[in-house]
Design a protein around this ligand. Sequence first.
Ligand SMILES: [Zn+2]
Length: 255
Amino acid sequence: MAAAVCLARTGLGAQQGVDDLGHRVVGPCRDRAPRQILRNRRQAEVVLLQGLGHREASWGAGVELVPGGLGTGIGGGLILHGRPYNGSFGAAGEIGHLIVRAGGALCSCGRRGCVGAYAGRRTMAAAARAMVVAGRSTDLFEIQRDEAKERPTSKVWARALAEEDDLSTQLFDAAVDAIAVGVGSVVNLLDVSQVVVGGAMADKLGQALADRIFEAARPWMLHPNPDLTFVVSALGDDAGVVGAVSLARAAVIGG
Ligand SMILES: [Zn+2]
């Protein structure tokens, strides 16, 4: 008998909430690519994952944690009592849109002062371009060209930081500070036992990034428990793929 592969479900990461079954996007999907994929795959049941948290959670992390995806944008998710927490309306875990500075920088969501207005490669690259136009110098875009990349990728940022490029360092410091304020507040609210830092930047910078965010978040925590840990994601940049597959598997055959 010939081997058969049945694509029963499709996994997508999206900047939107999902319903409590994880099958349906909540609210309009603003990104054109996912919307197009949804149209093209209408016959396939689509599993939408909101941020890294659900992806990491679906791999079976057994502890309470608040993962943060530090990559193109800032994603996140909540694992409470060992299970993903989607919220009442499927939109929980929007760590990137926690307000860390009232009236602050403009975020892609249209509001001001979100974590994502300071952190994430897309935001940081836009800020770097604006500052170059305003007269600042940086090696960031030269490194980008040298690495033959179309945009400042995690590798480009990691190299700019390693080479102590002033502007890149300044923007990265601001990003870490914004994430730290947000995560510190999340710890105050939920008293989680672990924060997992994932995404492409975490992949490049490793546990040093998780340690740095922990130290930057500590002053914002009311009573940081000695057992609270910050770790870098074990799944690295594969978290989305692994999570999508394991969610789909769980939905089809259980487990
Ligand atoms: Zn926002």
